[in-house]
Design a protein around this ligand. Structure first.
Ligand code: DCP
Length: 230
């Protein structure tokens, strides 16, 4: 049985999670989020959750990620509805350590990826409306606490290079312009703060360096991140 209560704003809150620190790693596709999570997974007292991308590639034998890249207008809502569910599930799962670090959030799924599909004309208005109603219901009725956002700020060109190197089948057709659009939405959200609600303080780490230098940066920023400050 899961214990539940309500916050002062009347939102549903999971009990027992109140004193735990939640850090979300944000950044463009192939910005190096996984490497960052791997680095911190070696720290005791941190629970690291990776993005449930394997689920997005296989739900009951279907691949909504692959379908979305093939035909975003038809399958965008299918993928994004499922991503919203898997992110909500992650946000609400019981935290097994004093601190949790997770890849992306329900916020970037909506503010970056759904927004991009809609703005680029690839998502029908009715699909966007339905996803937005779901998102608003969730965020108005369920507490989704985040204490710190670590933004891996990278140039779209770097991400494009890394994408080509890693060769994930579904992503072969991603053009540079797609990564530029995602980048711009991230910058407006987390740096300029002109688009949507920013749910936590933001720590910016430049992520264009090679792996070795990125590890050094994580070492330098380690204490800040682990104390949940920006
Ligand atoms: N994706 C999407 N919509 C979302 C979230 C992700 O279409 N709301 C897609 C983009 C990628 C794939 O899912 O094709 C996985 O993306 P991520 O950037 O989250 O994961 P990576 O493995 O690319 O991260 P990194 O390389 O930074 O570790």
């Amino acid at each position: 049985l899961t214990m539940q209560s309500y916050s002062s704003q009347g939102k549903l809150v999971r009990n027992g999670e109140k004193n735990k620190l939640v850090i979300c790693i944000e950044g463009n596709i192939a910005s190096g989020k996984t490497t960052c999570l791997e680095y911190f997974s070696k720290t005791s007292n941190i629970e690291v959750l990776t993005e449930p991308v394997s689920k997005w590639r296989n739900v009951r034998g279907h691949n909504p990620l692959g379908l979305m890249y093939q035909d975003p207008t038809r399958w965008g809502i299918t993928l994004q509805t499922y991503i919203q569910l898997t992110m909500l599930d992650q946000h609400l799962s019981t935290i097994s350590a004093p601190m949790r670090m997770m890849e992306r959030s329900i916020y970037s799924a909506k503010y970056i990826f759904v927004e991009n599909l809609y703005r680029s004309g690839k998502m029908p208005e009715v699909d966007f409306a339905v996803l937005s109603e779901w998102f608003e219901w969730i965020t108005q009725n369920i507490a989704i606490p985040v204490d710190l956002i670590v933004y891996l700020q990278s140039s779209p060109q770097t991400c494009h290079e890394r994408l080509k190197e890693r060769c994930r089948e579904e992503e072969k057709i991603i053009p540079l312009e797609y990564l530029e659009a995602i980048h711009q939405l991230y910058e407006d959200w987390l740096i300029k703060k002109t688009s949507f609600n920013v749910p936590a303080p933001v720590l910016v780490i430049s992520a264009d360096d090679d792996l070795q230098k990125m590890i050094l940066q994580y070492e330098e920023n380690r204490e800040k991140i682990l104390s949940g400050s920006n």
